[in-house]
Design a protein around this ligand. Structure first.
Ligand SMILES: [Ca+2]
Length: 327
């Protein structure tokens, strides 16, 4: 039983995705291993579930006090996102039953540590494309705080798609960028931004800094046999990697990144609805830069329709923030 395996079980539990045998194994591991229980609470915190668990167990932290501490923070929107996330996952906790939760809570050092800390969110970037300035179209960025990627264009409502927020949104136009070597066969339209986190070095060394990213995706109505997906990815990079022209390549970044997290899901074929991508990553202490990757791709199957152009795929309301969990 390795750490990754335990992490995967806990994640599946929090996603309410454990099979019956896995549930039994999860319960056994949690009753036997102190380190697994501590890890459970770490991951529950990342998922915004720890306060709910405490509330369910009647540990004197009711909804009102949660709401009060939430409004004390500068960014209520962050909390409302976390809280809707929590509600969706509520059934996961119900699954544990009183006994297992009792094991989990009694094993955890609440009295030492105090009540779970609500994250202190710091907004890094909000992008709704309202300023009208289009991202650079030169592929992976080399400068921080600037959107760059494949060909795209800021547009107003079109093809029955209305911006998720404000009057404007970004249309991903192509799967290649200006001067891309060998663009043939490209079918992923990408947009990136580098965020310099070196000033957070002290916080990172405590291993308690989480980057949260969310973005809205939509597309105009497409033929039923065309399957498109959206991607939201966070990568933790070192400055050495950025300086190395060979390793700083979109295709191989996952291999060299310190850590990555991503969400990749199908776009629905309804221009009236926006799909919200959300993902988060705990930053390793050596992280110098965070790379945010927002993308639209055709399907992965060789039989899927793939083109280098995108007829009506849109991105809006990208939000990047940081939370710190004091240790
Ligand atoms: Ca907008």
């Amino acid at each position: 039983m390795n750490d990754q395996y335990v992490d995967r079980l806990i994640q599946s539990y929090l996603d309410n995705g454990l099979t019956e045998p896995e549930q039994q194994e999860f319960a056994a591991i949690m009753s036997q291993s102190e380190s697994a229980r501590i890890r459970f609470w770490e991951l529950a915190e990342i998922h915004g579930l720890a306060p709910q668990a405490v509330a369910m167990l009647g540990l004197n932290l009711d909804e009102d006090s949660l709401a009060a501490s939430a409004t004390a923070h500068a960014e209520p929107s962050m909390w409302s996102r976390a809280s809707s996330f929590t509600r969706r996952r509520q059934s996961g906790f119900a699954l544990a039953g009183g006994v297992l939760l009792g094991v989990l809570i009694s094993a955890f050092a609440w009295p030492v540590r105090g009540m779970p800390q609500l994250p202190t969110p710091t907004r890094l970037t909000t992008e709704g494309f309202e300023s009208g300035s289009s991202p650079a179209v030169t592929g992976l960025p080399t400068i921080a705080a600037q959107w760059s990627g494949d060909f795209s264009e800021v547009v107003t409502a079109k093809q029955e798609v209305f911006p998720a927020e404000g009057e404007k949104m970004l249309q991903i136009l192509r799967a290649d960028y200006e001067g891309k070597p060998q663009p043939e066969g490209s079918y992923c339209g990408d947009l990136y931004q580098i965020i310099d986190v070196r000033s957070l070095r002290d916080q990172l060394s405590s291993d308690g800094t989480i980057v949260h990213a969310s973005a809205m995706f939509n597309m105009s109505r497409q033929p039923e046999d065309e399957h498109l997906r959206y991607t939201l990815r966070i990568l933790a990079l070192t400055s050495d990697l950025l300086a190395d022209g060979k390793q700083y390549e979109a295709q191989i970044l996952d291999e060299y990144a310190l850590a990555t997290a991503r969400q990749n899901l199908p776009l629905d074929n309804d221009p009236r609805t926006w799909e919200k991508a959300q993902t988060e990553l705990r930053l390793p202490a050596k992280t110098d830069f965070v790379l945010i990757h927002v993308g639209i791709t055709y399907g992965y199957m060789a039989t899927d329709v793939r083109r280098i152009t995108f007829p009506g795929q849109f991105v809006d309301d990208i939000q990047i923030s940081l939370s710190n969990f004091p240790r």
